[in-house]
Write a protein that binds this ligand. Structure first.
Ligand SMILES: [Zn+2]
Length: 291
C-alpha cells in the first residue's frame, strides 16, 4: 500500500512538473510556425482547460452560469472552438509567445458586444437544439441532409428535387434520411443534452405564432457561424450562378452543403433544381423538432 501510494505521489508530482514545463515553454517566444505547432501540440489539454475556465468565468460574471452538465458542456465546446481558432490563427502570428497570444484571443472574443457563443438564447432549449443540429451538420452528412427536413419539413424526394440531384446521389439521400431517423437524431439530441421534457416543450412552442421567426433568427446566426468551416470556394452565389451550376449539373457537393446551411441562397436558388416543377412560394423556415 505504502509503496503504491508513494508511487502515485511521485507520478503525480511528475505530471505537475511536466505541466509546469509545458506552460513555461508556452510563455517563451516561438519564431517559426513549425515551432509554434510543435509547442502548442504538446499543450492542447492545458490550453483547452484554460479556455474552458475563462469561458466559465465569463458566463458567471455575466449571470449566465448554472452548475449543471449542460453549462459544463457548453463551456467545454466553446473552449475547444477557441482552441481551434488559435491553432489556425497563431501560426500566422509568429514570432509570438503562444500563451499570451492565446489569452488575448480569448479576451478579445469575450469583449465583443455580443459574441456568438454567449448569445443568451443559445442556452435555452430552442437555441441549443438549433446550435446542436447545425454544429452536427458540418461533421455528419446524415445531419446535413436532415437539416433540410428540420428547416423546411421536407422528405427525401423534396431534397432531391430542390438540390437537383441525379440517380446515384438520390439513393444516398434516402439512406441519410433513414439513418437519421433510426439513430442520428437521438444521438445528436443526447449530445446536446436535450431531455424528453425539453423536446416536448419545443413541440408545444411550435404552436406559437412567433416560433418560426425566432427560430429563423437563431438558425441564421448558427448557419453563418458554422459555414465558416465550409471550403473556401463555397461562397454565396447569385441566381444566375446557381442557375449555371444546376443546368450544367456540376457542384453537387456545393449545392447540398451550401443550400442546407444558407437560408438566403436557398431562396435565391429556389426552383432551379426541378426543371420548373417547384414553382410555389419560396420556402420559409418551418422548424421540425422530430426526425
Ligand atoms: Zn449562401
Amino acid at each position: 500500500m505504502a509503496v503504491t501510494r508513494m508511487h502515485n505521489t511521485l507520478s503525480k508530482s511528475h505530471v505537475m512538473a511536466d505541466r509546469m514545463a509545458t506552460v513555461n515553454r508556452l510563455e517563451e517566444v516561438v519564431s517559426t510556425s513549425d515551432e509554434f505547432d510543435q509547442v502548442v501540440s504538446q499543450a492542447l489539454p492545458i490550453l483547452l482547460d484554460r479556455a474552458t475556465g475563462y469561458t466559465k468565468r465569463f458566463l458567471r460574471e455575466t449571470g449566465q452560469w448554472n452548475d449543471d452538465i449542460e453549462h459544463e458542456k457548453f463551456a467545454l465546446r466553446w473552449g475547444s472552438e477557441y482552441l481551434e481558432r488559435f491553432l489556425v490563427y497563431g501560426r500566422s502570428e509568429v514570432p509570438c509567445r503562444p500563451l499570451f497570444l492565446f489569452d488575448s484571443l480569448v479576451a478579445k472574443q469575450h469583449s465583443k458586444p455580443e459574441p456568438f457563443c454567449y448569445h443568451p438564447d443559445l442556452l435555452r432549449p430552442l437555441g441549443r437544439f438549433l446550435d446542436g443540429l447545425v454544429a452536427r451538420a458540418v461533421v455528419s452528412r446524415d445531419a446535413l441532409i436532415a437539416l433540410y427536413h428540420h428547416s423546411y419539413g421536407w422528405g427525401a424526394g423534396d431534397v432531391i428535387a430542390v438540390t437537383g440531384l441525379n440517380g446515384l446521389e438520390s439513393q444516398r439521400i434516402y439512406k441519410n434520411f433513414r439513418r437519421w431517423r433510426e439513430s442520428g437524431w437521438q444521438r445528436t439530441m443526447d449530445e446536446v443534452g436535450l431531455t424528453k421534457a425539453e423536446l416536448a416543450e419545443l413541440e408545444q412552442q411550435r404552436q406559437r405564432q412567433r416560433f418560426n421567426s425566432e427560430a429563423e433568427r437563431l438558425i441564421r446566426v448558427a448557419q453563418a457561424h458554422y459555414r465558416k468551416s465550409e471550403p473556401d470556394h463555397y461562397p454565396c452565389l447569385s441566381r444566375s450562378q446557381w442557375g449555371d451550376m444546376f443546368a450544367q449539373g456540376y457542384g453537387c457537393d456545393y449545392r447540398i452543403w451550401h443550400l442546407a446551411l444558407c437560408l438566403d441562397c436557398m431562396q435565391t436558388a429556389w426552383g432551379l433544381g426541378s426543371s420548373g416543377s417547384l414553382t410555389g412560394e419560396k420556402p420559409r423556415l418551418e422548424l421540425q423538432v422530430r426526425p
